[in-house]
Design a protein around this ligand. Sequence first.
Ligand code: ATP
Length: 238
Amino acid sequence: ASTNHFLEVKQIESFYGQIQALNGVDLYIDKGEIVTLIGSNGAGKSTTLKSISGQVQPKKGTIHFEGKEIHKNQAHQTALLGIAQVPEGRRIFPRLTVRENLLVGAFAVKDKKAIADRMERVCGYFPRLKERMDQPGGTMSGGEQQMLAMGRALMMKPKLLMLDEPSMGLAPIIVQQIFDIIKELNKEGMTILLVEQNAYQALQIANRGYVIQTGNIVLEGKGSELMTNQLVREAYLA
Ligand code: ATP
């Protein structure tokens, strides 16, 4: 199999019991890109991310990351290879403090100095987290919890960061902040796969994008091209 791309997903089919959620999804990401996956509710966006991260094992198809086959991996194995997923709905630990939540992301790191360095780096992106280190995660606003979920993923120092609807339920000004940080992370070299229903903003920052409908990729192109595409305009930007 050719594995020239950083991440290469080929013809994956994923199921929940009898329900087929993905019908042969193809996509790739090159190092340094922001790629967005857009689509409506239930189209298969989350399932695509879960299939990559190993939370769901595709029944058919292949996934390669840096040339390695990962589609049979369990989630922790894929995490150790450098793929982090920020789940839809953040899924922080509400009763743990901000610091404890962040430390969960560094579970595989033993070196205290390395952990402290990463913590400092994360606080550089999200100064709000620094102010709230000892506060329970669950007492923070939705935007802060999104920042915490992203911070936790960054504590892994991932090579590929996958974000599942980071803007969901957030006020426009907070959405703008989150997107600014995504752009900044990417500028510093982070490769990003961004799942969004907020197609307009996602396509604006993405190098390339894919449109998924009922478990199939129906369109792909540069962010700027998709933004002017008729189907995208009618279905997702209206
Ligand atoms: P959303 O934005 O609503 O999360 P999505 O594009 O991420 O949508 P998926 O969550 O990937 O869509 O869902 C794809 C299909 O799989 C849908 O038909 C959905 O109903 C189904 N599905 C998702 N999770 C499960 C589950 N745990 N059990 C059964 N079916 C599921």
